[in-house]
Design a protein around this ligand. Sequence first.
Ligand code: PLP
Length: 398
Amino acid sequence: QLKISDKADKINPSLTLAIDSKLKQMISEGIKVYGFGAGEPDFDTPEYIRKAAIEAINTGFTRYTAAQGTLDLRKAICSKLERENRIKYNPNEIVVSSGAKHSLSNAFAAILNPGDEVVVPVPYWVSYTEIIKLNGGTPVLVNTKAENGFKMTKEELEGAITDKTKAVLLNTPNNPTGSVYGREDLRALAETALKNNIYIVSDEIYERLTYDNTEHISIASFSEDIRNITILINGMSKAYAMTGWRLGYAASNERVIKAMSSIQSHAVSHPCSITQYASTAALNGPQDEVKTMALEFEKRRDYMYQKINSIRYLNCQKPQGAFYVYVNISELMNRELSGVKINSSIDLALVLLEKANVAVIPGAAFGTDSYIRLSYATSMDTIVKGLDILEDFLDKNL
Ligand code: PLP
C-alpha cells in the first residue's frame, strides 16, 4: 500500500475527536447538551461588516486580489496597528491570509528549516505543535507554572534555547489559560529573544478581549530591533465575531512578509475578496460593538470564575483575557465518578458529556492533563444552567 508522507504521519489526530463525535451523536439524537467547548464568539458579525460584504458582492468586488491582500485592507491594518498597538508598519510589511491559523502556518513555512526548534510554552493552543511539525520544525515544550499565571519566564525561555532554536511562540491573551502577559514579562522575553537571535511569533488574536482594564501589550512595540524579529499575528475571528469569514494577518519585516506572500500565492492565492472588503470596513468602522461584546464576555467570566471556585473539587484562576476558564481538576484524579475511574482529563470530559450532558475540552489537548477548559463564549443562560448541572453531578456521583 502506498504510504503518506512522514510529515503527515506525524500529525496527531485531534485528542478531542472521541468527545466531538460523541457530542455530535448526542445532539443528533435531540439530547440537550450544555456546551462549554466553543472556541468562537456566539455573537453575530456586526451589521456594518455584513453590509460591506453585500456591497462587495453587488459592486463586483469578486475577482482575484493581490496575493498579499488588497492595499486598502493592508492600509487599514497599518492604521490599526499604529492606533492600538503603537507600532508603525507600512503595507509592504503586512500579509493577509485565510485566518490567523493560516497566517501562523505561512509564518512557520517562511522561517523554518528541517530540524529547527520552536519554543512553545505549555499549556499551548492545540494547533501550534502540529503547524510547526508540518513545516519541518520541532516544537520544544516549556512547562509554565500555575503560580506564575501560566506565563513563561525569561529563565524558562533561556533554559529551552539551543543552537537549533529558530523562534519562540507567544500567545497573549492566552488560549486556554486566559493569562495576559504584562509589559515587564514581555520585555524580558523580548530581550532574551533578541540576545539569542531568534524570531518571536506573537499570536495576539484575543487582544480585544481583556478584562479588569488589563492592557494588551504588543511585544513588537518595544523597539525597532524587537519589531524586526517579531512576526505579529492577529485576525478578525475573535474580536469581530467573524470566525467563518477567515481573515488573519501578519506584520513583520519585509523579507519575512514577502516570503509568506509567495508561499501563500502558490497555495491559495489570497483570502476571499469579499472577506477582505468586509474586514477593511470592520477595521476602519466604529469599534463600539467590539467593546460591547468584550463587556458581555467579562460579565460571563465573572460569573463562571466565582461559580467554578464555589464547586467542591474544582478551582481556577481569574482569566484576564480571551474567553476561557482553565479549571484545575487534580482533586478529581484517581477518584470514581459515576462508577468511572478518572485517570485523565479525557476520562473526565467523557463522563461529563455522557452522564451530565456537559461538554468541556480536556486539558490534555493543551499539554496539561490535570485541567479542563470551559469556554464562556456561550449564553449566560447556558453558563448558569450548565454549571449548576455540573455542580449537582459532582455532588451526587463522587
Ligand atoms: N490562535 C489562537 C490562540 C486561537 O485560539 C485561534 C482559534 O481558535 C486561532 C489562533 C485561529 O484563529 P483564526 O480563526 O483566525 O484562524
